[in-house]
Every structure is written in structure tokens, then in C-alpha cells.
Write a protein that binds this ligand. Structure first.
Ligand SMILES: C[S@@+](CC[C@H](N)C(=O)[O-])C[C@H]1O[C@@H](n2cnc3c(N)ncnc32)[C@H](O)[C@@H]1O
Length: 305
């Protein structure tokens, strides 16, 4: 089978600003069109202005025009300054962009259920970039929740921007994910600035099978092969700054090896590189610099993203 069977699928993002790559847009369309069997809902965490949502929704419509299950999107819809770089809308930081999202998805109201809520994020002392993405306030919004009696067939995650948020999300969705059926689509898996995604999935690798990798983008998808243990999620520390360094780096290495075995050497290095940010969050500055230099010397492609 071709490594990227989604490459001929259209994007469908149209005029909607998006932070995901062209290949990821086609991938989401393909995912909705060919992999979703309407045996559960599609849950999207972090739709932003709806670019990824439109790709998923159009794919779902093309594959199952009379579907029973829905596309549920969850976002705090809080505008952050860094977003202006991707879409100069001139909104004030903290303003809601939910109306923009709804406008962009006009015509899909029947298929999409919009939830305004937040995932909890921990504060990382000294990381201004993390604060820019997560915000400095505690939003006056309900925390994410999901009725575990409603099956989730596809969990697309592009809005868990902290270890705490990722843990909360897994805890709340674990019982709705079905072994052999559900897909966990991790948009940030190969992004060097989001170690918590590969680090957390590394804790559950005996329940997950790698099934799709985008080549131009950071999205990697796993199929659940064994139930996720809620007790195991609950046993994880709640604050990234309390993570055990050696064990967590070893987890990143396990995910990197998986990608390498699947032929993605650069993706594997991005996962290893995320260890630099992990060490910085743990206050291990010397270790972070040493890891950075070590990876720089071993980097497989000069000039790669
Ligand atoms: C990288 S953007 C998603 C990009 C989008 N998928 C696209 O196609 O362009 C991340 C999204 O996650 C949301 N988000 C970030 N942290 C969140 C939190 N703690 N709770 C709820 N939503 C959050 C942001 O508001 C933003 O819409």
C-alpha cells in the first residue's frame, strides 16, 4: 500500500486560515472519507478557525452522507496574540473567535457539535512561549468532559498544548475509545515544541499501533489495540515539571524508534529534539544544551524543517 494514500484527496480548507500543512488537510479529508465507519463520533480538540474541521467534515460527508454520529469540536476559542501571525484578524487577546469558526463552517451545522470549554494547562516558570500559547489567565470556562457511553471512533488532537491538558483529555476519553476501532490522531506528535504528546503516548505504547504518518506535517495516527487504562492515566504526574527526566526521555526514544522503523528518520529526530524542551521545563539547562548539540551532530538531513 502507498505510504500516503491520502495525497490525492482534496484539501477543502478553502479560504479558512489554518495552521496545518497541505498534506495534513488532505489526510483529514481522507480520514473522514475512508477510515471513519460511523461507528462512533469524531472528536476534534483544537479546531481554531475551522480549517481542519472543514477537511474532516467534508470527508465525513463524502464517505457517509447519512451518518448517525457527529463531529464534536472542542476549543476555548480564546484569541492569543501569536494567532495574528497566522490570521491577522485584529481580535483582542482573550476575545472569542467562536463566531469566526461558526461562520467558516456554515452549511455543516447538522454534522458539527461545537463545545466551548478548556483543557487545564500547567504554568511553566520561565517559558514565555508556552505562556503565549496557553495564556496567563485561568479561563472562566467549563473543563473538557465527554460522556463515556458515546463511542469515539476518531480522536483528533491539535489543542492539547500542555502535559496536564493531554493527561486530562486522555483521562476523560479513555473509556469511550474502543480497541480495534478507535484512532488517536496526534497532530503535534512530530513537533519538537510539544514533547508531552509523544511522551504521554509513550506510556501507552502497548495499547497503540502506529498506522499513519504524514510526511509533510507533524501528524501521526495510532489505532487503539488494547483498552487504555484509566488507572494508568491517573497514575501519571499532573504537572510536567514533576516528570522523571530519564524515564520520560526513554519514552521519547521509544516513539522515535517507532518512527524510524517506519522509515521516518527526520520525524524521529524531531521527537528526540522535543527532549530539549522537556529538559528546559525540568530546569535542566545544561542537559538541554548537551542534548541539543548531540542531536545537531546526528541530524540526518541538512536544512530540514
Ligand atoms: C494549533 S491550533 C489548531 C489549528 C487547527 N487545527 C487548524 O486547522 O488550523 C490549537 C487550538 O487549540 C486551542 N487550545 C489551545 N489550548 C487550549 C486549551 N487549554 N483548552 C481549549 N482549547 C485550547 C486553541 O484555541 C486553538 O484553536
Amino acid at each position: 500500500m502507498k505510504r500516503t494514500p491520502w495525497s490525492a484527496d482534496p484539501s477543502r480548507v478553502g479560504e479558512i486560515p489554518t495552521m496545518i500543512s497541505r498534506e495534513e488537510q488532505s489526510y483529514l479529508h481522507w480520514l473522514g472519507r475512508t477510515q471513519w465507519r460511523d461507528q462512533g463520533h469524531v472528536v476534534e480538540i483544537g479546531p481554531w478557525l475551522g480549517g481542519s474541521t472543514r477537511c474532516l467534515a467534508e470527508g465525513m460527508l463524502a464517505g457517509k452522507p447519512a451518518a448517525r454520529h457527529r463531529l464534536h469540536v472542542f476549543d476555548n476559542f480564546l484569541w492569543r496574540e501569536f494567532m495574528e501571525k497566522y490570521a491577522p484578524l485584529g481580535l483582542a487577546p482573550g476575545a472569542s473567535f467562536e463566531p469566526n469558526f461558526r461562520r467558516h463552517l456554515a452549511g455543516h451545522e447538522e454534522r458539527i457539535v461545537v463545545h466551548r470549554c478548556s483543557l487545564p494547562d500547567e504554568k511553566i516558570p520561565g517559558d514565555a512561549e508556552a505562556e503565549g500559547i496557553r495564556g496567563s489567565e485561568v479561563p472562566d470556562l467549563a473543563l473538557f468532559d465527554w460522556n463515556s457511553h458515546e463511542p469515539i471512533e476518531i480522536l483528533f488532537v491539535d489543542g492539547a498544548k500542555s502535559w496536564r491538558g493531554m493527561r486530562w483529555l486522555l483521562r476523560r476519553t479513555a473509556d469511550a475509545l474502543a480497541p480495534g476501532k478507535s484512532l488517536v490522531v496526534a497532530q503535534d506528535l512530530k513537533y519538537w515544541g510539544a514533547y508531552w504528546v509523544p511522551a504521554m503516548l509513550a506510556c501507552f505504547l502497548d495499547s497503540l499501533e502506529l498506522v499513519h504518518q504524514t510526511e509533510r506535517g507533524s501528524t501521526v495516527t495510532f489505532r487503539l489495540v488494547r483498552a487504555l487504562s484509566v488507572a494508568q492515566v491517573e497514575a501519571l504526574v499532573d504537572d510536567a515539571t514533576a516528570l522523571p527526566a530519564r524515564e520520560t526521555l526513554a519514552g521519547l526514544e521509544r516513539v522515535a524508534k517507532l518512527l524510524e522503523q517506519a522509515g521516518d528518520k527526520v520525524g524521529a529526530m524531531h521527537v528526540r529534539l522535543s527532549g530539549v524542551q522537556l529538559l528546559l521545563h525540568l530546569g535542566r539547562h545544561k542537559g538541554a544544551a548537551a542534548l541539543y548539540e548531540h542531536l545537531q551532530r546526528r541530524w540526518p538531513v541538512r536544512g530540514a524543517k
